[in-house]
Each structure stands twice: as structure tokens, then as C-alpha cells.
Design a protein around this ligand. Structure first.
Ligand code: NAD
Length: 476
């Protein structure tokens, strides 16, 4: 079985220590991923540090041009990399699956590559002129999760490179090979040392986070790991962007025509089998509309073929790993034990593979684990409400605040409800509709810092103010 390598200073590095990666749909072995040693991590950071001044010294036009070449490489290898995503992560090639993830990788490369952060004159009068410049921070440590493994790595890497930083990226130990392969291909056009990888579990991530030469960490993953990274950053004062999970509420306003919005609602909850940070994870429905919303979602679920995502026509894949599969089972069983009704699904499917059906759960409320915790799987609790104030209060009754959505035919009324939700983004009549120009980030325990667009680019720079005293006017 093939062994894969990580990338340090433009060279592929293999390791005597490896771990096996299996396809979550079939259990078949896909190959062995390397485990980077402490020395490997130190060398990767040293390579990034050595390459950084030269990369930062390139003109904006040169860096933009090289990143556009990266977009071209990703386009040329879309199918190869999408196959890795499907085999390692589980999302199907079709539907909003791995080809879609690769299109996002290309888009989230082209857009930051074309952005500029011009020098701002922040104050000017007869006596002084104050200009704000944006400089690269230095070496960025990027730590990625397993749910959208290539796309989220791109979100971290490309703005960092655009701004003149260099990067050491660690993919998740659940989905490393596709990302290692993507970075190998990106290195065919990037200068050596500009984009490096290390590979392994959280202990390898911890080595990267603690390294004194890492200036900023871009992290996407669980709140638990984010708290460890905050602790570790005490040592090197690394700046942090933390994109943690969420428990996004979706509120359907009374009397909304849901049939016309059914596709957006279904995929807003179930894209990538619900293993998406900003998916609808709790649905609040007015009691008069409950039956029609349930029938609509049930009808959609019945039409969606589930299976091995390498097969044609499949649009729903497995849950990615055993830990997540068990968590989904546990939360559904707990809801059942506490009086919930299972509208659809609710029982794991026979193996091989971690297949769990699209599951709709009724007769639940805040206070049940399935509603209060992030399930990160193909299960949606549907909660009845009798007035909108109650729905808003329940939506906000959570520790996290990544995304949320409000669904309604009166857009003004929907916007008024949206303004009262405590989260980084509130979508109206869509959910999880991220865009490379639109800032994205969480509040509360969902983390801090923004990604995407100009705000995201600013977040991978350090400000430099140059303040100049003007000479006094010469008396005539
Ligand atoms: P995780 O926290 O277990 O792992 C994420 C990454 O952190 C992995 O690469 C892991 O190896 C690494 N890691 C673990 N311990 C570490 C340590 N001590 N120091 C440094 N790195 C360490 O998360 P996960 O299970 O891979 O991802 C799922 C979670 O991510 C969910 O909560 C989900 O909502 C969240 N998520 C958030 C976003 C977002 O943009 N906000 C996007 C996707 C996923």
C-alpha cells in the first residue's frame, strides 16, 4: 500500500512512522500517511521562516500571478483531488460533494489572489499625515479539520500567502492524504519553503502551535482544541484566528411558503451529512406549519440516494469516522430515551461503512442534548414554537454563535428577526451560503477572527502606522 509524504522546503519527506487511512464508505485501506517527528515540524517552520522575506519581497503582482497559477493547477487536478476527498472524507463526487468542494478551492484561491489592501490615509491635516500599511505577519501555522479538508485548508493558506506570509499546514489525521497531495501539486508552481506541510494527530499540531517561530495560528476545528491552542499561544504570543463549531438555529417564520425553499433548507441542514460547521442544526417551526415542514423535509430525504460516493447518482455519503458515528447514535438514543419521536431514520444502517440515515426528530426542545449540543451529523431536531419571541429566545440559548438562518416571505420581517440573533452570520432564506468576498466568523464559543474578503485578508497582516509631522508653513 502506497505511503504518502509531507512537504518541507519544496521537497517531499517520508517518515518511518505512518498510519493507515481507510475509506469511511467501504472500510478499504487507502494508503499510509506519514507522522512528522518533532524535528520534521521544526524543519518545516524553519523552512517557512527562511522563505518568508523573499516571498514578502515579491511584488503584489508577482504573488497574485503565482496564486492564479495555483488556481490553474487545482483546476487541472480537480478530478484527482475530488476522488481523494470522496474516498477519504466520504462526501460523494456528485451533488454538493467533492467536485463542489474542489470548485470552492479554485474560487477561494482566485478571489483572495485578486484582492488588494491599499495604504489607507487614516488622518491628515495641516500638521500631520498618518498612513496605515498592511505588512505580512511572518510564519502562519494552519490547522485544518476533516469535514471539508481541502477547502478549509485553502481558506487558511491562500489569504496568508497573498499577504506575503509563508505557511506550515497540518491536515486532520482523519483526512490527510488528499491535502498532502494538493500541497504537493501546489508546490509545482510555488517557490520552495513558501507552503509546507506536516502530518499526524493533535500532538503534531501541538508542536506546530508551540513553535516560537510561528507568528499566527489559523485554526478550524473543535472548541476543545481551540482552548488548548489559546493556552499554547501564551508561550509564543501567536495571533489566533479560531473557527470552532456551532449549533446553528434556523427559524421558519409563521406562514412561510416552505415548498419554494425546500432545497435550500434541506441542504442547509444536511450538506456533507450535517458535518459542516455552519449547517442548520436545530429547526424552529411554528406549530401551525409543523406538519407541512416535516412532510416537505421527509419527502426531500426520501429522494436522496445514499451510498459510496464514487458511484454515479449518489448524493449522500457516510459519516466520516467512528467517533462521529457513535456521537450521532448517542445523541439520537438520548433524545429517544427522553421522549422524542423519530419522524424518519434514527437507526444506523448495516455496514460496511459508517452509514446513518437522514434523521428527523420531533417532540424535542431545548434542554435535550440533541438540541443543546452540536450533533455534526445527519440528524435534525425540529422544535415547535407558538410565538416568534419564544423562537428567538431558544435560538439564542446556546454557548456558540457561528451561523443562523431566518426563513420567511416578508424579507423585512425576516431581517428584523435576524438582527436579534447572536451569531457571526444570519442568512435569510438560505443557510451556510458562504462566499469568498463575504467575511465569515463566529461569536461566543464559536471562536474569533474573520476569514474571507478584505476582512479575512487584513486578519493575516499586521498593521504598520507611519505618522509624519508636516513642516510648519514658512512665513512670507
Ligand atoms: P479537532 O479540534 O478534533 O481537530 C482539528 C485539528 O486540530 C486537527 O488537525 C487536529 O489534529 C488538530 N489538533 C488536535 N489537538 C491539537 C492541539 N492540541 N494542538 C494543535 N492542533 C491540534 O476538530 P475536528 O473534529 O477535526 O473538526 C470538527 C469540528 O470543527 C466541529 O466542531 C466543527 O463544527 C468545527 N468546524 C468549524 C468550522 C468553522 O469554520 N468554524 C469549519 C469546519 C469545522
Amino acid at each position: 500500500m502506497r505511503e504518502y509524504s509531507f512537504m518541507v522546503n519544496g521537497k517531499q519527506v517520508s517518515s518511518s512512522q505512518t498510519f493507515e487511512i481507510k475509506n469511511p464508505a467501504t472500510g478499504a485501506s487507502l494508503g499510509h500517511a506519514p507522522i512528522s517527528s518533532a524535528n520534521d515540524v521544526a524543519e518545516a517552520v524553519a523552512a517557512a521562516k527562511a522563505a518568508q522575506p523573499g516571498w514578502a519581497a515579491k511584488s503584489d503582482e508577482e504573488r497574485k500571478g503565482l496564486l492564479m497559477q495555483v488556481a490553474q493547477v487545482l483546476t487541472e487536478h480537480t478530478e484527482y483531488l475530488a476522488q481523494w476527498i470522496t474516498q477519504e472524507q466520504g462526501k460523494p463526487m456528485a451533488g454538493p460533494g467533492s467536485m463542489f468542494e474542489m470548485q470552492a478551492c479554485v474560487g477561494w484561491t482566485q478571489v483572495p489572489a485578486s484582492l488588494d489592501l491599499p495604504v489607507e490615509t487614516v488622518f491628515e491635516d495641516d500638521t500631520r499625515s498618518d498612513k496605515l500599511y498592511r505588512k505580512p505577519i511572518g510564519v502562519i501555522g494552519a490547522i485544518a479539520p476533516w469535514n471539508w479538508p481541502l477547502m478549509i485548508a485553502i481558506w487558511q493558506v491562500i489569504p496568508s500567502l497573498r499577504a506575503g506570509n509563508t505557511v506550515v499546514l497540518k491536515p486532520s489525521e482523519y483526512t490527510p492524504i488528499g491535502t498532502l497531495e494538493m500541497v504537493r501539486l501546489m508546490n509545482t508552481v510555488l517557490p520552495a519553503g513558501v507552503l509546507n506541510t506536516v502530518s499526524g494527530d493533535g500532538s503534531v499540531g501541538a508542536l506546530l502551535v508551540e513553535n516560537p517561530d510561528v507568528d499566527k495560528i489559523m485554526f478550524t476545528g473543535s472548541e476543545r482544541t481551540a482552548r488548548k491552542i489559546i493556552e499554547a499561544s501564551k508561550g509564543n504570543m501567536a495571533r489566533l484566528t479560531l473557527e470552532c463549531g456551532g449549533n446553528d438555529p434556523a427559524i421558519i417564520l409563521p406562514g412561510t411558503d416552505i415548498a419554494s425553499k425546500a432545497g435550500d433548507l434541506f441542504w442547509g441542514a444536511f450538506i456533507n451529512m450535517g458535518q459542516t460547521c455552519a449547517c442548520a442544526k436545530r429547526l424552529y417551526v411554528h406549530e401551525n406549519d409543523y406538519d407541512s415542514v416535516v412532510d416537505t423535509l421527509k419527502g426531500m430525504a426520501e429522494q436522496m440516494p445514499m451510498g459510496n460516493g464514487m458511484e454515479e447518482g449518489i448524493v449522500l455519503g457516510p459519516v466520516q469516522n467512528e467517533m462521529q458515528f457513535n456521537k450521532v447514535k448517542e445523541l439520537v438514543d438520548d433524545a429517544k430515551a427522553n421522549g422524542a419521536s423519530i419522524i424518519r431514520g434514527g437507526t444506523p444502517m448495516d455496514g460496511p461503512g459508517y452509514f446513518y440515515p437522514i434523521t428527523l426528530v420531533g417532540d424535542v426542545d431545548n434542554g435535550t442534548r440533541l438540541v443543546d449540543e452540536e450533533q455534526f451529523g445527519p440528524v435534525l431536531p425540529i422544535i415547535k414554537y407558538s410565538n416568534v419571541e419564544e423562537a428567538i429566545a431558544k435560538a439564542n440559548d446556546t454557548e456558540t454563535g457561528l451561523g443562523a438562518s431566518v426563513w420567511g416571505d416578508d424579507l423585512e420581517a425576516a431581517a428584523q428577526v435576524a438582527a436579534r440573533i447572536e451569531s457571526g452570520t444570519v442568512w435569510i432564506n438560505q443557510h451556510g451560503a458562504i462566499h469568498p468576498m463575504v467575511p465569515f466568523g463566529g461569536v461566543k464559543a464559536s471562536g474569533y477572527g474573520l476569514e474571507f474578503g478584505l476582512e479575512g485578508l487584513k486578519a493575516v497582516t499586521r498593521p504598520l502606522v507611519i505618522s509624519t509631522k508636516k513642516p510648519a508653513p514658512v512665513e512670507a
